[in-house]
Design a protein around this ligand. Sequence first.
Ligand SMILES: [Zn+2]
Ligand SMILES: [Zn+2]
Ligand SMILES: [Zn+2]
Length: 126
Amino acid sequence: MEWRIKTLSIFMKRFIVRNKNGININGKTIDDETRCVHYHGASDIIAIKFKCCGDYYPCYSCHHEQAEHSAITWTKNERDTKAILCGKCGNELSIHAYVESGNQCPFCNAAFNPNCKNHYHLYFEI
Ligand SMILES: [Zn+2]
Ligand SMILES: [Zn+2]
Ligand SMILES: [Zn+2]
């Protein structure tokens, strides 16, 4: 019994749901700017809303580990969907605005990690 409670509390701690400007962020976040156990560099400050569940996660690994379903990517004609959250200011960007942002938040000018580009295909059609 004691073991179960302990396991549960560890589990709860790892999957803490954070709230940024009223938006829930799932996954293994480590701070309030959406950095997670997988990506936590200075500029790793965005969360992505997944089409499959409509939930925000800091990265695809967080989604993979927590969601009990496969990820579905946004299609090309859904680029106007607000699916990117800036972890600095908490504003939501459309996929189009994010791709065209030059790796800088259009609201607060915070720098986004340019290497995220290598993973675009895991979130939306390119
Ligand atoms: Zn999902
Ligand atoms: Zn992650
Ligand atoms: Zn911002």
